[in-house]
Design a protein around this ligand. Sequence first.
Ligand code: AMP
Length: 209
Amino acid sequence: MHRIVFLGPPGAGKGTQAAILASALGIPHLSTGDLLRAAVAGRTPLGLAAEEHMRAGRLVPDSIVLEILGQRLGRADAAAGFLLDGFPRNLAQAEALDRRTPLDVVVSFEIPTVLLLTRLTQRRTCPKCHTAYNLTTRPPKVPNRCDLDGTELMHRPDDRAEAVRTRLEVYRVETEPLLRFYRGRGLVRSVDATGSPEAVEARVRSAVG
Ligand code: AMP
């Protein structure tokens, strides 16, 4: 069974790698960021409650995230394994996850902070299929359109410099300590997340085994 968590700062490439690995393993890619953005776009009560926190780059309250993720994890396709991307992000979430399911591996994406700021401000995302582009290193074939479905790309409001700084700080203070929590359980495999997506993909595959 593959019950996988991707842990790493925003901009480390978790979403890109999660989409590739989840499809290779035939397990669902569960991104709480994507689930929350869909709730915001759908103007659901949970989405409306999450919106301001996200825009500012802060964590959304645990009760909202746990509700949204709990619904998704309860669906049949997650019974045979899952890849969590962007969850857990603090100790309370890790403990809640722990009460719900065991894990097989936690992949830690290691990358110097200086690289993250440019990666995030250069990132453009397809709102439909969630594919990420980089204006410099991986531009779309047609300017500002997704290669896969032609949808107009967006610059996420929280990928602008001010929110990015908050997100990096939140990561350092709230999320990074989870490495210790998972190391204590012998679950962590570290991956060098610098370089091309293809290079990182090979390292992730060997880490997951
Ligand atoms: P991401 O797409 O993973 O970068 O998430 C985008 C934003 O959604 C974050 O900056 C948070 O505001 C919110 N978010 C995503 N996942 C979580 C989580 N597990 N806990 C709290 N907030 C989250």
